[in-house]
Ligand binder design. Structure first.
Ligand code: F0G
Length: 362
């Protein structure tokens, strides 16, 4: 390698190897994932009030545009270390994009099973361009997950959904980064919940850092599902989950119990937000913060605003309250949703005068 400076960032395995199930022998299958920014949000902080600070963990800036890359680097490295030749996953889109890219990097065969017609265009494009074998089923994510679980049990193929423990190990590094950056853990951590792997991973990360004395407290975990796909909130699976936030259109999350554990142990909550609340938050993020995140990610912000309206966040005298919100994926993953939710630009004659008139410059 030409650029092999000691100081160069080398991805989450190298950075957090002390906390991960890896050894010197584990290959570094990396696209330099992680190290994503924790962006201070002036407008959201202002909405909450003076002593509140809201930060956005912008995971859309990972190599394939979502948080999945943190887990995929570890899952793929272990698959290569264990001499596996193929991986498989079910996906609402982002897992398949990440699995496809890291498989390409590792020289691994990759099969992804997706619900037909329910994957955002950008994610499908990613899986295809990275040369995964993409199979669409006439069913939803839950059906796809059942199928890939059965295949990986009976054939020599590694499952790289978040029930693969290496995925959770990698994803917990986002919590480490937040603590490293803030110098402590936040008071509250808000994130969307779909298959419930990420809330499991963050809570594991926060607890490990706390027990290793790398942080001095623990956050309350606040998870948000989309109302039309909110089995954990309702307490029973959804047969036909529906939400425009297709990434979290899941009726029977694989890590359901772990998510409830995270909620209970942290004295947090798991609640739901409507599609309208999600779109409203999605637009606030884009217009007021300059941050473009996909709809599922905006569920964090919709949840923050919902709780704030209810007076959930109490001001504590002499103390600042830090709230971190994970924005799980990039807005460019799902361009159609953006286009559907804005006014189309006017088409006019090619004249300077007309452009000046329509643009509002004069
Ligand atoms: N946000 C985005 C953008 C996602 O892609 C997902 C999950 C979640 C949130 C929820 O995370 O499942 O760990 O609770 N996407 C998976 C996939 C299911 O197949 O890409 P979770």
């Amino acid at each position: 390698m030409i650029l092999n400076s000691k100081k160069a960032y080398k991805g989450v395995i190298e950075r957090y190897k002390k906390f991960l199930p890896v050894s010197k022998k584990t290959p570094r299958i990396t696209l330099l994932e992680g190290n994503t920014p924790l962006i201070y949000s002036p407008s959201l902080s202002k909405r909450l009030g003076k002593s509140f600070e809201v930060y956005l963990k912008y995971e859309g800036l990972n190599p394939t545009g979502s948080f999945k890359d943190r887990g995929m680097t570890v899952a793929m490295a272990k698959a290569v270390e264990n001499k596996m030749k193929a991986v498989i996953c079910a996906s609402t889109g982002n897992t398949s994009a990440s699995a496809a890219a890291y498989s390409a990097r590792a020289g691994m065969k990759c099969v992804v099973v997706i619900p037909e017609g329910a994957i955002a265009l950008g994610k499908l494009a990613q899986a295809l361009i990275h040369n995964a074998k993409v199979v669409a089923i006439k069913g939803n994510f839950d059906h796809a997950l059942d199928i890939v679980k059965e295949i990986s049990t009976n054939y020599p193929v590694t499952l790289v959904n978040s029930i693969n423990p290496y995925r959770i190990e990698g994803q917990k590094t986002a919590a480490f980064e937040i603590c490293d950056y803030l110098g402590c853990s936040p008071d509250f951590h808000i994130l969307p919940v779909g298959n419930a792997g990420n809330i499991t991973a963050y809570w594991k990360g926060y607890k490990e850092y706390y027990s290793q004395k790398k942080s001095s407290c623990l956050p309350q975990m606040l998870g948000f599902q989309a109302k039309g796909a909110s089995p954990i909130v309702r307490g029973k699976p959804f047969k036909n989950p529906e939400t425009l936030a297709t990434a979290i259109r899941i009726g029977n999350p694989a890590s359901w119990e772990k998510a409830v554990e995270a909620k209970d142990e942290s004295k947090g909550l798991i609640d739901s937000v409507t599609d309208n609340q999600i779109i409203s938050a999605y637009k606030i993020l884009a217009k007021q913060e300059g941050v473009f995140a996909e709809p599922a990610s905006a569920a964090s912000i919709a949840g923050l605003l919902k709780l704030n309206k209810k007076g959930f966040f109490k001001k504590i005298k002499g103390k600042r309250t830090i709230i971190t919100c994970t924005l799980t994926g990039h807005g460019l993953k799902d361009p159609q949703i953006a286009i559907n939710n804005i006014k189309r630009p006017p088409v006019i004659k090619p004249s300077t005068k007309e452009v000046l008139k329509v643009s509002g410059i004069i």
